[in-house]
Ligand binder design. Structure first.
Ligand SMILES: [Zn+2]
Length: 324
């Protein structure tokens, strides 16, 4: 095998990545298009040791051996690339996201392992290099609540992003601020409070010169250096282009994913779900831009390198033992 065409559907992906040689071909073409390079010294004198399914660098230094997983979100994981890549295909191509329970059942890994995999995949989906948003930018905030009832005291949400003190039995609301470029990209992040300094800092970071901001009447948006159109909710019709329907549509996608797909989401991990939903949104299928499932997957795979998430980092518990 190894020469069959690259997958375009989930079914094809499962079959394709079941073959070790295909995984290698697919990943090396994206990670090392100029030839395999040692992740430790950058050397190109590398041989592939077929028997061990690993590479060895020709230079003399410690840790000369490496695999396709070295230096990626898959690092140190005994889970095969067949499962990793299938899970990744599912996450990037299911519109409302996919729960760790679904991955657990589909790939026959433990639920805890699936949850850990899911979060590593989300790390890959996080947008790294960002050019400023331009044109007309809709900006809005939303509140995402999680029930803190029955949650152990040490796990109750606290710190950045959570308004007020969570009380058992009530919902702790996280504030999410989002910006959407008309017919373009979305950005969203969890914030501590929706005050003017917080909102203005976000505007300064993400908006390109000459952009026009569209918001509701919330005072936190007022007084920026950008041209600013404010929706008057007292007027019952949408005033032409002065609306925030785009970002509101993103909020409903995000909430549908969180409420429908994820059995329970700890507020501490909310930003990861936002990264995941924003990735799918930013590479969605649009009338004038034909992004197919295979393209979206390709983009995600190119983002796996140089990122690492340990179980201790993910759970915030030092010395926590990974499920794999
Ligand atoms: Zn080397």
């Amino acid at each position: 095998m190894g020469t069959i065409k690259e997958p375009e559907t989930l079914q094809e992906a499962i079959l394709y990545f079941a073959d070790r040689e295909n995984c290698r071909e697919y990943l090396t073409a994206r990670r090392w298009s100029d030839g395999v390079t040692c992740p430790r010294c950058g050397g190109k004198k590398v041989i592939f040791q077929e028997k061990y399914n690993r590479y060895q660098c020709g230079a003399s230094h410690p840790l000369r051996q490496f695999t396709l997983k070295t230096g990626t979100i898959f690092e140190d994981s005994p889970i095969g690339l067949d499962k990793w890549l299938t899970a990744m295909w599912m996450v990037v191509n299911c519109k409302n996201g996919i729960s760790s329970y679904e991955i657990h059942r589909a790939l026959k890994v433990s639920q805890k392992t699936a949850w850990f995999m899911d979060h590593r995949i989300r790390l890959a989906l996080k947008q790294e290099t960002e050019s400023p948003l331009t044109g007309t930018i809709e900006m809005d905030e939303t509140f995402i609540g999680g029930k803190v009832k029955n949650m152990h005291k040490s796990r109750k949400p606290k710190g950045p992003g959570f308004s007020g003190k969570p009380v058992a039995g009530t919902a702790a609301k996280a504030i999410v601020v989002g910006m959407l470029e008309r017919k373009g990209r979305v950005r969203a992040e969890v914030v501590v409070e929706r005050t003017q300094p917080v909102l203005h800092a976000i505007i300064e970071t993400h908006l390109g010169g000459g952009s026009t901001l569209v918001t509701d009447e919330w005072g936190g948006y007022k007084g920026t250096n950008f041209q600013h159109e404010i929706i008057n909710h007292a007027v019952s019709y949408v005033n032409g282009l002065v609306h925030t329907n785009g970002i509101e549509n993103f909020w409903s996608l995000l909430k549908r994913g969180i409420n429908g797909t994820y059995v329970s989401i700890e507020p501490f991990h909310l930003f990861r779900y936002i990264d995941e939903q924003a990735f799918r949104y930013n590479y969605r299928e649009m009338a004038d831009m034909a992004i197919k499932d295979a393209d979206r997957f390709d983009i995600a795979v190119r983002q796996i390198v140089g990122k690492r998430l340990t179980y201790a980092e993910l759970t915030g518990k030092e010395g926590a033992t990974a499920p794999f």
